[in-house]
Ligand binder design. Structure first.
Ligand code: TRH
Length: 347
């Protein structure tokens, strides 16, 4: 089938990251024909890096979705409004007069909250006679699933070229951490505490995070801070899989950290009404289900930025759980996850 995916980039990189991962999955795993319309091609190209010629995917500027509205463009079978972005009016008008109307999908943000299952797959009211459905990603079976592609490869895979010089700055005997967080996260205090563990740490600071720390201000003899440029999405996955601990944020790196099978802190996207606390707790309810109470407390505290001095010695227990969770989400999404469930839903 032909799909038009509309990606409006609000801020950060997740909108582009998710849309690109979905487009690539639909095209390569399900042989679908994709047009990805984006209002900020610069950010999208950062995510895609050198994959712009991928078979089955056309990446186009947002306005080209309606510019040739005079002779109706080849209309798609499915239109995906990522994160419920509004469609360009002239594009919507061309659909309304089309003989064969596409199905509209509102792709929502990922949440582990239980109510998601009640709203997933439900039709949206008053849509000018178009069929529009809400599609909620999620961890549970009766939701839209997770974007899993590509599944983590065995971790013997050699270091990607974008990370060669960066990875070489790390030491053989150190513990390795990656940090990709929002400006408001208490990273500095967290690192002061980590430094008191008196163990050698190599800390990979993702794009933009080094500036947040103004590095010259600190004296942490046990921490070797390595700042990184923005690297290709799949290479960032490699880093998550090869570090001992990761701090991730948003939605896509949050999923990739779980697929990496390593302990992690999720710096959730802050919302001024505090809704992010509910979202974090809803995730922890799933992540910690059936877990030893001591480990539950440890992970909950760590996810709420309690200093690593209090729990770092228990890391092997958390690593074992992280590997168990990795297998559990892959098994639960063996139906192809978000991309597979979307294709089946639309068919
Ligand atoms: O960038 P984010 O904070 O995006 C967020 C989320 O999408 C969130 O749901 C949304 O509400 C908010 O934006 C507006 O975090 P996220 O989701 O992890 O997206 C980052 C993407 O960038 C992800 O696909 C990984 C990728 N990435 C790289 O490709 N290279 C890099 O060097 C880094 C650090 C990230």
């Amino acid at each position: 089938m032909r799909w038009d995916i509309f990606c409006q980039i609000i801020d950060n990189y997740g909108d582009a990251g998710i849309c690109w991962r979905l487009a690539r999955s639909l095209a390569t795993q399900y042989d679908q024909n994709i047009r990805l319309f984006c209002d900020d091609l610069h950010t999208l190209q950062l995510i895609m890096m050198e994959q712009s010629h991928l078979k089955g995917i056309e990446v186009l500027p947002w306005e080209t979705s309606y510019q040739n509205a005079r002779h109706p463009p080849e209309l798609p079978d499915v239109v995906i409004q990522a994160f419920s972005c509004e469609l360009p009016t002239r594009y919507l008008n061309s659909i309304l007069v089309a003989p064969q109307k596409p199905i509209l999908i509102h792709l929502e943000y990922l949440s582990a909250e239980p109510w998601v299952a009640d709203f997933h797959g439900k039709p949206s009211p008053n849509t000018h006679g178009l069929q529009k459905y809400f599609f909620f990603p999620g961890f549970q079976a009766n939701t839209g699933g997770l974007l899993l592609d590509p599944l983590p490869k065995n971790d013997q895979e050699d270091c990607p070229k974008s990370l060669k010089t960066i990875w070489q700055q790390s030491r053989a005997d150190s513990k390795k951490l990656s940090i990709f967080s929002y400006p408001g996260a208490p990273i500095k205090e967290w690192l002061v505490n980590l430094n008191q563990l008196r163990e050698p740490f190599d800390i990979f600071l993702a794009f933009g995070n080094a500036q947040l720390l103004n590095l010259q201000q600190h004296h942490w003899p046990n921490l070797n801070l390595i700042s990184m440029p923005f690297i290709p999405q799949d290479d960032y996955d490699w880093l998550l899989a090869h570090c001992d601990f990761n701090i991730v944020r948003g939605e896509d790196s949050f999923i990739r950290a779980q697929l990496a099978g390593k302990p992690f802190i999720w710096n959730i996207y802050p919302q001024d009404d505090g809704a992010h606390h509910t979202k974090l707790n809803a995730f922890l309810d799933l992540y910690l289900e059936g877990v030893d109470p001591r480990l539950q407390n440890l992970i909950t505290d760590a996810m709420n930025w309690r200093g690593a001095q209090n729990w770092w010695d228990q890391l092997p227990m958390w690593l074992e759980h992280a590997k168990h969770w990795q297998r559990a989400i892959i098994d639960r999404q063996s139906d192809g996850g978000l991309a597979g469930r979307l294709v089946r839903f639309v068919s």
